[in-house]
Design a protein around this ligand. Sequence first.
Ligand code: ATP
Ligand code: MG
Length: 303
Amino acid sequence: MFHQKACELPQAFFFVITMEKLKIAIQKSGRLSEKSMKLFESCGISQDNGKRKLVATSPDFPVEWLFLRDDDIPQYVYDSVADIGIVGENEVAEKAYAVEIIEKLGFARCRLSLAIPREVEFPGVEWFSGKRVATSYPNILKKFFDEKGISADIHQISGSVEISTGIGLADGIFDIVSSGSTLMSNGLKEVYTTMRSEAVIIGSRELSESKRKILQKLLFRIRAVEKSRRNKYVVLNAPNDKLEEIIGLIPGMKSPTVMNLAEEGWSSVHSVLQEDEFWEVIDALKAKGAQGILVMPIEKMIV
Ligand code: ATP
Ligand code: MG
């Protein structure tokens, strides 16, 4: 009896000790936080201890989250304190650490732009020569000005960049823009965009084999969720004499499912349609005589 237990225990300990977790840095609180955690939820990976702690784990998947300021994420990943991180491309470019961009995530889309007071005439980027420009992204801006041969006075400030022309701190600004309404309400106009950004997964270049395996499993789930978001499931009724043309419009993943309707001369067609071509295809389907078109979200899509 004793002999048997003694054999079992070390094995159990061995399993616990060797179970590696992928450490993921995400923003503690800000524009990226909620969508980052939602991404894991939609992949069936839940968080098992209270929110807003510094570290959390999952009961479903070998990951550990570290909640940090977004500015620090590139460095933590570069230093291998975290294995991967979710951060805006703008922060990755600003910090310029040698990390790998593993996956674009399609949220937190924005751009980095130069803006000047609305009433000032703008002949071209050379206008910035000799001017004072306020920004939280001095490295990206300096690189851009260097490339264009512009010598300007870059003022680094950490927030509320958009008010700096109004208070006389700067002649222009370089900041994140999404809708442009913040610029407008501060009497500014966007004059030049230097980069576009979205949330990305960055990774350390030195991941162990077992962590790479966990990462591949995670990416498989993320891609299935992303793909399902970009596609819709379509069911419609088609007159048989137009069936071929209608099928040509919605080829689906392999080919559409076609079933006879109880009504003579009609078929039901089931297929998958991409979000970005959605309205055009629906119009074309209607023009071909398709009726009763149902469009449904897809939860996961594995091709
Ligand atoms: P932290 O306290 O973590 O340093 P922060 O104030 O620097 O946060 P947020 O404002 O939360 O950063 O923005 C995080 C990221 O979200 C930005 O780096 C950018 O990639 C993206 N982002 C910022 N503003 C917008 C916006 N208006 N629309 C879309 N995405 C944005
Ligand atoms: Mg920040």
